[in-house]
Ligand binder design. Sequence first.
Ligand SMILES: [Zn+2]
Ligand SMILES: [Zn+2]
Length: 137
Amino acid sequence: MFKENALELLKKSGYKVTKPREWIVEALDGNTSHPSAMEIFDQLRNNNKSFSFATVYNTLDTLVKSGAVKQVTADPQCSRYDPNTFSHGHFYCKKCGKVSDVFDINMDMASASVSGKVEEYELNIFGICEKCLQDVN
Ligand SMILES: [Zn+2]
Ligand SMILES: [Zn+2]
């Protein structure tokens, strides 16, 4: 479902669906690790798939602009990408840089004091993940 939708949006944006673009979409499908453009590039290249980094970057940019993929801003080092476009929060570990999903945010967005109507939200939480906390002890 994600793949079909994403490829359709690429076509609508005037992009031809080439193999590399399809691989990039597949690398994101069901991916909850919030990969960066470089991680997607490395992952595909390790599987002997060759294309330029610009292809990855431009494809991701188009997918974000067309709404198929969300850009995750939790990591201060680089942009990360999320195929889950529903509003949810992200927890960023300041030690290992892992970005994980947070779905149970207790915020009543409908009653948030904004002068207008809330349609979506973005929330970044920063701290130390459980694994890193255990490594210290
Ligand atoms: Zn960590
Ligand atoms: Zn996420």
